[in-house]
Design a protein around this ligand. Sequence first.
Ligand SMILES: [Zn+2]
Length: 135
Amino acid sequence: MSGRGRMLAVSSESDSPRVSYRMGGDLSQLTERQLYALRKRLAAGVHDPALTLRGALHSDLRQCSNERCRCRSGELHGPYTYLSVYGEGRSRTVYVPQALAGVTSEHVEATRRGEALMAEISRVNLELLRRRLLR
Ligand SMILES: [Zn+2]
């Protein structure tokens, strides 16, 4: 799943034609039933909120504080993994121990996908509101 650009087949009921829908696509082309089906489909893919972890993972090589260490001549330590988190008006970087890199990455990725899906659900609801069909 890559969020934007991903195709979803949307079919509301057996009597309605299947249509392909691209994330971020033109919702005005969809029928009311298709919009509700799309909303349901998107909502089903949203991750477990208990796994929410916002941020961006990155790896870095580091120099330590020992002035006689080999890292001073360019052999840097690492790579180490960090999670950059933006919140409360500032950005923080948290070290991610190697043993937790996998689970951290899964949480971050699930959160990113879930938030992309919720943004899309909001677009669907906005379209329903425009048509006076929101419920
Ligand atoms: Zn060093």
